[in-house]
Design a protein around this ligand. Structure first.
Ligand SMILES: [Zn+2]
Length: 649
């Protein structure tokens, strides 16, 4: 493989103070033999180059390759390496560094379950050392966000730098960057991240990866207007770690359910993640275990093993999405990767197919990490690719818009219509059975809208070729989707209006009734926090285009749960209560639940006293604790009872 460095990459390497000629750097990066062929010095040099270019938003290699190939090789060859001992240094940009308010350590990494088991045994051993009851030893697991690490002390936002000195990047907040989940400034360490779905939808045609966007948010130079829009849309946010949804439980539970915890974490956020972070929660254990120069001993990151394979492309076929965009799908020689056989992968867009020469016979490098769909990472041997001239579904001539090909036939393209229907049922989340094959069959039989499908009865389904049992089941599902309760924002999001995903629907419906949604003017929309002018007019236009279909479906009668209007929410429902939470909670991390209770007016206690009014018990709470509380006249309720109670507020 022949690597040619770009001008930006060369600048990034020079600015990081790495002394290497362009030719030597290119030679090192081009070497395709086993990594054992490199000396530790060469490996270190490659890693420093990778680091510098990564921080500048022009990476020379994927994260997966960096972590799982090069870092691991260096760890094996030279475990005492000074490079490995230092927190990955960032190149100094233009501004000078300032001392961080707290030291930001990096996290020890594990790549196998055995390493995790060893870490847990260390926790248990330390707990025994300090006579800590194992029921007090809980592990908190959060997704490991793959963004740009920063620290917010409420006044200044800092880069992590070398762990003790970073740079002042408060300008990111000056540019309108929000804290995730409506959180406050000053929440400590976190990551600047961008919503994955938003990146795919709106930015992937213009930026190769999220890294470039994060770099631009904090850079001194003028920000790209699309990135500014992403900030305004709250697609880019600063996500403090303490606001992340967490799994909390005991050691045994943690090890036994490791795989499923991992899977849940992966689904829990719409941001790039590259693993999970596990940490002990008990503060006396934490201070006993302490930290090394580099890591906290009570914390570990499990990075999902990425595997890389070289594969020949058999064919690239276009697929028309619900918005008309053509997605290039590469059919591959079946290849084993991370335990699964991979035979297809999507390519970014047709711009990339064209520019990189991805077509029949091309040799590509494929990366799959964990549960993530494999990506074509780079093209080793390119070919002259086939670029489609017509939509594979309706045969309209396709048109370029930026790096994307579009089918312009918005009214009569089967693929667009079918994918719109599939999106509807998928977003409702309470209907099964309306996947691609079923929907295609229904569409081809002449039922071309969601409303048409809802009008079908068992006889109709049988008539167009479904079996008796299936038909019955489909009708039952349709009825259920109307009788089961559904949030108004989810219902609206199901219509797939551009820029009106679940988050924006929630915001919109916190201020307006679902019935009035078509009467909202662009100005009224802009008045809501989080809607910029461009989004507002796109949404306005999109709503117009679905109004007729919406009304037809809405009139069928759904069991819609109205969002709480925001002006009504300020009730101090729990005022007068002194609550103690104990045991491991399933709903969220205990500190988050305590914060929530506080926001509802409650006071929080750490242990049960005569003044406590309510003891909320999570999992594995001893009987004695409960009996003691009851004796003191404290009301004891389970986590679920508590949740039921605050939901009514
Ligand atoms: Zn089409």
């Amino acid at each position: 493989m022949n690597v040619k460095l770009t001008k930006e990459q060369i600048t990034a390497i020079a600015e990081a103070g790495i002394k290497v000629s362009q030719k030597r750097a290119e030679n090192l990066l081009s070497t395709d033999a086993g990594l054992w062929a490199f000396s530790p010095e060469d490996l270190t040099l490659i890693l420093r180059i990778a680091n510098a270019t990564y921080r500048a938003g022009v990476p020379v290699m994927s994260d997966a390759k960096y972590d799982t190939l090069y870092v691991r090789e260096l760890e094996e060859q030279d475990p005492q390496s000074e490079f490995l001992a230092s927190v990955e240094p960032e190149p100094v940009m233009e501004s000078k560094t300032v001392a961080l308010p707290v030291k930001m350590l990096s996290t020890e990494k594990a790549y196998t379950f055995e390493e995790i088991e060893r870490w847990v045994s260390r926790l248990i051993k330390s707990a025994n050392d300090i006579n800590l009851d194992l029921s007090e030893l809980n592990i908190r697991v959060t997704p490991k966000l793959d963004g740009y690490a920063a620290y917010d002390d409420g006044e200044t936002l800092y880069t992590r730098g070398d762990g003790s000195r970073g740079q002042n990047i408060t300008r990111a907040f000056d540019r309108g960057l929000k804290v995730a989940k409506g959180g406050q400034r000053g929440s400590g360490a976190g990551e600047i991240v961008i919503r994955k779905s938003y990146f795919e939808d709106k930015l992937s045609s213009y930026f190769e990866n999220a890294r470039n966007i994060q770099a631009s948010i904090i850079a001194e130079k003028k920000i790209d207007e699309r990135i500014q829009q992403a900030i305004d849309d709250e697609a880019c946010v600063f996500y403090p770690f303490k606001l992340l949804d967490a799994w909390v439980g005991g050691c045994k539970e943690f090890l036994e359910n490791f795989e499923s915890i991992l899977e849940d974490m992966w689904k829990s956020v719409d941001y790039e993640i590259d693993g999970v972070i596990a940490e002990a929660t008990n503060s006396s254990l934490k201070s006993y275990m302490g930290s090394t120069r580099k890591n906290h001993r009570w914390q570990i990151a499990y990075k999902v093993n990425a595997e890389i394979a070289k594969v020949i492309v058999q064919e690239v076929i276009p697929q028309t999405s619900r918005t008309g965009k053509l997605t290039p799908v590469a059919l591959l020689e079946p290849t084993k990767l991370s335990g699964a056989t991979i035979s297809r992968a999507t390519v970014h867009n047709y711009g990339m197919v064209k520019a990189k020469g991805v077509g029949k016979g091309a040799l590509v490098e494929l990366v799959r990490s964990g549960l993530v769909i494999p990506k074509i990472e780079s093209v080793i041997n390119s070919v002259d690719p086939d670029i489609p001239v017509e939509c594979p579904s309706c045969h309209s001539y396709v048109v370029w818009d930026g790096d994307n090909l579009f089918c312009p036939n918005t009214t009569d393209c089967p693929a667009q219509a079918e994918n719109t229907m599939i999106h509807f049922f998928k977003t409702l989340r309470n209907v099964d059975g309306f996947g691609p094959r079923v929907v295609e069959k229904i569409y081809q039989a002449g039922f071309k809208s969601i409303h048409d499908i809802y009008e079908m009865n068992i006889e109709k389904f049988v008539e167009i070729g479904f079996g008796e049992k299936t038909s019955e089941n489909l009708v039952t599902q349709l009825l259920a989707s109307r009788s089961l309760e559904i949030e108004d924002w989810r219902f609206l999001a199901a219509f797939g209006v551009p820029r009106l995903g679940e988050g924006n629907c929630e915001k919109l419906l916190a201020h307006h009734d679902l019935n009035e949604i078509f009467k909202i003017t662009i100005d009224e929309m802009i008045a809501i926090d989080g809607f910029a002018e461009i989004s507002a007019s796109t949404i306005h236009e999109g709503l117009k285009s679905i109004e007729k279909e919406f009304q037809l479906i809405y009139k069928l009668g759904f069991n819609i749960k109205e969002s709480k209007r925001s002006e009504l929410v300020s009730e101090q429902f729990l005022s007068g209560e002194l609550i103690v939470f104990t045991g491991s909670m399933e709903h969220g991390a205990r500190p988050d639940m305590e914060a929530e209770a506080k926001s509802l007016g409650a006071k929080i206690g750490k242990s049960v006293t005569g003044k406590t009014t309510l003891l909320v018990t999570g999992k594995s709470v001893g009987e004695k604790k409960i009996a003691d509380a009851t004796n003191k006249g404290v009301r004891v309720i389970s986590e679920n009872e508590y949740l039921g109670m605050i939901k009514k507020s």
